[in-house]
Design a protein around this ligand. Structure first.
Ligand code: ATP
Length: 366
């Protein structure tokens, strides 16, 4: 396994890029630690595949270096880099049996038959493919074919890293959940460096120890699922992570407190943690409060750090209620436990100081 370092890496598909927007991947420095399970998460077109192809050696970057364990591999082929890859669609040999498909990467590396057999059986067991080993791949379901592809990615123990590019797209939703858990178990057992590309936050957050979130060719934040959820460093992340995403409210700073823009808000300043409001006082640009639907609390009367709101709509979503609340000039979403009685009309909304963030032109104020 290897530590993978990106140094001043950037890529443009244009021959003569002359502006930032010509770059599919904007200049970045990053370290993927040896043995880590990483997800690369972001919407379609943000540059995930481009970055993965550069790491694997399928694409030469326009600028910068890729280092494996400190060695510059930028000019090396995928084979020289010793990378295993699993793509969105199955890459298998239809005419071969499942066993031979799994054995192929090992035979290619000239392993002894007994070692090959041991490893094929192990991977087959991991992915519940034992019963299919003798079958030809042709004629198997799309799910099973992708399982074989996953197996081919996992079968070699000596690889520098295993890269997954949306590997569960063709998999049945129910099986997806099981496979994600399996991949996590495989990682815990073998400690390969795994990089898993997806646009699905559920997949990223359940699979990875560290998630790198990308937008428009930039890695915006790298963190644990909890860090990304609780302290998104950019407005985009607040929206993109969570369902529904973070609420944003325009506001003004008054000394060491903030006041939400809009009717009735003036007499109800809010305190934030760690003197953040005071620090934001010196900033120019758009100031917004960011708070997740999970962290605001609907109250029947005024309490610490509350503002008057008007409950507009209550949706019962089974295990919680999703409440639409008018707050100043803004509409907010609030998640409320099933047991709480919520009435349409006047109420109070509490902003917990330690879970309410402040953003300046979209960037977290810290
Ligand atoms: P998706 O999830 O849809 O695969 P992605 O996040 O993996 O998206 P990339 O495929 O890396 O994003 O694409 C990043 C940008 O580069 C996009 O604007 C895309 O149109 C562009 N792009 C990708 N491949 C090429 C190519 N071969 N030639 C020109 N432009 C490309």
């Amino acid at each position: 396994m290897a530590e993978i370092r990106l140094q001043q890496l950037a890529h443009s598909y244009h021959n003569n890029p002359d502006s930032e927007s010509d770059y599919a991947l904007k200049t970045c420095d990053y370290l993927w630690e040896d043995g880590g399970a990483y997800a690369l998460l972001g919407p379609s077109g943000c540059g995930k595949t481009t970055l993965l192809k550069i790491i694997s050696g399928l694409l030469q970057p326009s600028q910068g270096k890729v280092l494996f364990d400190g060695v510059d591999v930028t000019a090396q082929s995928p084979r020289q880099r010793n990378i295993a890859q699993v793509f969105q669609f199955p890459v298998i040999y239809d005419a071969m049996s499942v066993y031979d498909n799994l054995a192929f990467p090992l035979r290619n590396r000239k392993l002894a038959a007994a070692a090959i057999d041991r490893r094929v059986q192990e991977v087959a067991e991991m992915l519940d493919l034992q019963a299919n080993l003798k079958q030809r791949a042709r004629g198997l379901s799309a799910d099973l074919k992708q399982m074989i592809s996953l197996g081919r990615g996992l079968v070699r123990e000596d690889v520098s890293a295993i890269l997954f590019d949306e590997p569960l797209t063709v998999i049945d939703p129910h099986l997806k959940f099981t496979l994600r858990r399996k991949l996590k178990q495989v990682h815990e057992r073998y400690r390969h460096t795994l990089i898993y590309v997806t646009h699905d936050q559920g997949e990223a957050l359940t699979f990875a120890d560290q998630v790198a979130v990308m937008s428009e060719g930039t890695i915006l934040q790298v963190g644990t699922p909890q860090q990304l959820f609780e302290k998104p460093v950019h407005r985009f992340l607040g929206h993109f992570i969570g369902s529904p995403g973070m609420n944003f409210l325009d506001c003004q700073v008054r000394q060491d407190e903030v006041v939400i823009d809009g009717h009735l808000m003036d007499g109800h300043p809010l305190r934030l943690a760690d003197g953040i409001a005071r620090r934001a006082g010196a900033l120019t640009g758009r100031l917004e409060l960011g708070v997740r639907p999970e962290f605001v609390r609907l109250c029947a009367s005024a309490e610490t750090n509350t503002v008057p709101v008007s409950v507009q709509e209550v949706q019962d979503l089974g295990n919680y209620q999703l409440v639409n609340v008018q707050c100043g000039k803004h509409m907010l979403k609030v998640k409320v436990v099933e047991a709480q009685d919520v009435q349409i009309g006047a109420a109070w909304l509490q902003f917990p100081a330690d879970m309410t963030r402040l953003y300046n032109n979209g960037h977290l104020v810290e």
